[in-house]
Design a protein around this ligand. Structure first.
Ligand code: HXC
Length: 259
């Protein structure tokens, strides 16, 4: 399938790489881009060869937010009925293979929200995160008021959402928004290495681990712990649990079947 607003490729035969590609608009998100992104993610999700997905943008911008020129004339009825750019976000949330955001440059508004929807964020030193929607008379609309406080706490989230202040990569790492910061020219190498590491893990365990961590944001502690326990138990029905433990005890490398 060909895309106009994305570049899609496979690395090492097992990592799906999606690059947002609206360079003139700093990868501003519009319906076409979000529809294509949903389709590209679902295609990788369905491809058995793919074990992990990396989502990235350009050096200057991961994504500078929702497309303001597309939004500027919208009335309530347009955004409500058309579900402007968010109509695919539930698709993204349901992707069960791990998705890493590799962020350089601006990740603002919907761009920051898109990065937060990924499982973890690796940032280049030039990355800047922000929820500056208030400056144009709106508020975050794709999870910014919900995922950001869960990621970095209320005080810093309120600061970002109310003052529109951008935080740089170092501050984002201190706050727990990103998992690692690397030099710009190492960003894709680092993200691909992390993805290849994940691809080498037993597939079912990686999917279950993702599902269990995500449950932490939806459930009470008791429900989340019970959910984790049942998934943990279910790992003992997999061939790779047998292989992983046998290999450890035999002091040899495991050969996972991903089953
Ligand atoms: C449409 C955008 C854009 C955006 C940048 N551009 N951001 N177009 N929507 N969100 C366009 C500019 O108009 C310009 O086009 C070109 O990209 C380059 O941008 P510049 O502003 O010239 O670059 P620079 O001076 O380097 O500033 C970069 C920037 C600034 C700080 C990122 O562009 C900026 O503040 N952008 C808006 C960020 C923002 O408010 N995001 C939140 C959007 S609301 P031309 O044609 O002039 O070259 C949102 C809501 C999400 O995201 C809700 C989800 C449902």
């Amino acid at each position: 399938m060909s895309y106009e607003t994305l570049q899609v490729r496979t690395e090492a035969g097992q990592v799906g790489v999606i690059t947002l590609h609206r360079p003139k608009q700093l990868n501003a998100l519009n319906d076409q881009l979000m529809d294509e992104l949903g389709a590209a993610l679902l295609a990788f999700e369905a491809d058995d060869a793919i074990g992990c997905i990396v989502l990235t943008g350009s050096e200057k911008a991961f994504a500078a937010g929702a497309d303001i020129s597309a939004m500027s004339k919208f009335e309530f009825a347009d955004v409500y009925q058309g579900d402007f750019i968010t109509r695919n976000w539930e698709t993204l949330r349901r992707i069960r293979k791990p998705v890493i955001a590799a962020v350089s440059g601006f990740a603002l508004g919907g761009g920051c929200e898109l990065a937060m929807l990924c499982d973890f964020i690796i940032a280049a030193e030039n990355a800047k995160f922000g929820q500056p929607e208030i400056k144009i008379g709106i508020i975050p609309g794709a999870g910014g008021t919900q995922r950001l406080p869960r990621a970095i706490g209320k005080s810093k989230a309120m600061d970002m959402v109310l003052t529109a202040r951008l935080v740089d990569a170092a501050e984002a790492e201190r706050a727990g928004l990103v998992s690692r910061v690397v030099p710009l020219d190492k960003l894709m190498d680092e993200a691909l290495a992390a993805a290849i590491t994940i691809c080498g893990m037993p597939r079912l365990a990686a999917m279950a681990a993702k599902e269990a961590v995500n449950r932490a944001f939806e459930a009470t502690l008791a429900d989340g712990v019970m959910f984790e326990r049942r998934l943990f138990h279910s790992m003992f029905a997999t061939a790779d649990q047998k292989e992983g433990m046998d290999a450890f005890l035999a002091k040899r490398e495991p050969v996972f079947r991903h089953r």
